[in-house]
Design a protein around this ligand. Structure first.
Ligand code: MN
Length: 168
């Protein structure tokens, strides 16, 4: 009889323990308010950049995400047609460029032009003057991740001269 009583008590304790654990897990789940979010392919329209700050055909921009209080940087896929490229510019909080397809060019002011290929990752530090775009014969698509300060992510400067671009 004592043995039966001990077993019965054990069962009750196990049930109570499981119940307490379940309550703890529920509490943990409900205190995590944010949910994973998937923006589905094809739900954000492509746009064409304003031509003012580019040479050749203005690039197509496929927006990926806006700057937010979570990650203060925009993400875009930017596609330059052959011969197209940006003007000289800087970014107040820097910019990553990741080449996705094609072959492109970039150049920092005062340094040699660089050919960039799929998989190459370029870091443009804050305030460093540079340009980027396609070669004269190949298009390029670049993932751009651009830091934002007070809603601004670029300061445009002068045109890249034909003499500068033609050296590649
Ligand atoms: Mn840039």
């Amino acid at each position: 009889m004592k043995l039966f009583a001990a077993l019965a008590l054990s069962v009750v304790l196990v049930i109570l323990g499981a119940s307490a654990q379940a309550s703890a897990e529920t509490a943990a789940a409900t205190t995590t308010a944010a949910a994973q979010q998937i923006t589905r392919a094809g739900t954000q329209s492509s746009i064409v950049a304003a031509p003012a700050h580019f040479a050749g055909q203005p690039p197509r921009i496929d927006p990926l995400w806006p700057a937010s209080s979570d990650i203060n940087a925009t993400g875009d896929l930017v596609t330059f047609e052959p011969g197209a490229h940006s003007d000289w510019h800087t970014h107040p909080a820097g910019q990553y460029l990741v080449v996705e397809s094609g072959v492109g060019l970039t150049q920092q002011w005062g340094k040699p032009m660089q050919t960039i290929r799929p998989g190459d990752v370029v870091w443009c530090p804050p305030g460093v003057k540079h340009w980027h775009g396609a070669t004269s014969t190949t298009a390029v698509t670049i993932l751009t991740i651009t830091g934002t300060v007070d809603g601004k992510n670029v300061t445009w400067m002068e045109k890249v001269t034909d003499a500068q671009y033609d050296t590649h």
